[in-house]
Design a binder for this molecule. Structure first.
Ligand SMILES: [Zn+2]
Length: 324
């Protein structure tokens, strides 16, 4: 049984969260600092390396070994070469993140993967997808993220473009997406999408709702109203659930998952409210022989833990597969 350790780094637009994690999922130390994207990529590389070194300094005696650093980054990632091809919220294009951080850490290997993908791998190691070799993670928050594991391996595709969030559900009449396309799944399966749905229902129907009098409507208020059985809030959440069922079915038709994990701040908060509508829509769209997958909330304690798991998972991506 290996006692190898890994450092996980969750690189966000505002903060860098990191953790030193054992192979059985124990966080030994964790840290956090500001990203300060405004200071340029080199300063961010320095900060990631400094955080990793600070974690390395806490390593227990020689029998424990740190195998490497896994970084979860937003954007499109060329994981084979460790390059951030494009990350809008970091304002980065073709940044060689893995090499730059590795050069600051001397002998320590560094691997980089998209943040939703590291969370998907992490759910397979320590979260809601333990034991599954075929599962989908959908993270519902300010946007829609996705990570797909099939046959125990993370699916990244030929060009690292696997992304259900920007698969268009309605390229003709859908809402404009921040990516420039129309009707992307994240325009309806996200916090802003939920607010849009509530506004739309309020405008079209003469339903009585506490949301009619709510200025600056936000998803938290819609969730609160739905828990109080507000009809508009419930209808808005139901609409989101159906779209999620639709997008999950599109991926499921290819990989036949036994688990769908719903992550993201909003996603985890509404899992119990969306489960039924999502399942119904899912089953309307997949072949009749399908065994319905279990829908579960994400339970990985932190994105930094997910980032640590990609150090172990290069080539083989689930705990289930690694232990057989
Ligand atoms: Zn889009």
């Amino acid at each position: 049984m290996s006692s190898s350790l890994a450092i996980g780094v969750d690189l966000g637009a505002t903060k860098i969260a990191s953790a030193l994690v054992t192979r059985d999922g124990k966080v030994l130390t964790s840290r956090q600092c500001e990203t300060r994207v405004d200071q340029g990529p080199a300063a961010v590389f320095d900060r990631i390396a400094a955080e990793a070194n600070a974690l390395r300094a806490t390593t227990p005696p020689p029998h424990e070994k740190i195998l490497g650093v896994g970084i979860g980054s937003p954007g499109i990632i060329d994981s084979a070469r460790g390059i951030v091809q494009g990350a809008v919220n970091l304002q980065w294009k073709n940044v060689p993140l893995a090499d730059e951080v590795a050069s600051r850490l001397h002998d320590l290997p560094v691997v980089v993967e998209n943040d939703a993908n590291v969370n998907a791998v992490g759910e397979g190691y320590f979260g809601s997808a333990v034991g599954s070799r075929d599962y989908i993670l959908l993270t519902v928050g300010s946007g829609l993220g996705s990570g797909i594991v099939a046959g125990g391996k993370l699916i990244t595709g030929a060009h690292s473009f696997t992304d259900l969030g920007h698969y268009s559900l309605d390229p003709d009449h859908g809402l404009m997406c921040r990516c420039g396309h129309r009707g992307c799944a994240e325009t309806v399966c996200s916090g802003p999408g939920l607010v849009n749905a509530a506004r739309d229902i309020l405008a079209q129907k003469s339903l009585r709702s506490v949301l009619s009098d709510t200025p600056d409507l936000a998803s938290a208020q819609i969730l609160q109203a739905a828990r109080a059985q507000d009809s508009v809030a419930c209808a808005a959440i139901s609409r989101l659930a159906k779209w999620l069922g639709h997008i999950a079915a599109a991926a499921a038709a290819v990989i036949d998952p036994d688990v769908i994990v719903i992550g993201g701040g909003l996603g985890v908060a509404i899992v119990d409210l969306i489960q039924d509508d999502m399942s119904r829509e899912f089953l309307r769209r997949v072949p009749r022989c399908f065994v319905p997958p279990t829908i579960r909330p994400a339970t990985l304690p932190s994105p930094a833990m997910g980032a640590a798991t990609i150090v172990w998972s290069r080539g083989v991506h689930t705990h289930a597969l690694q232990t057989t």
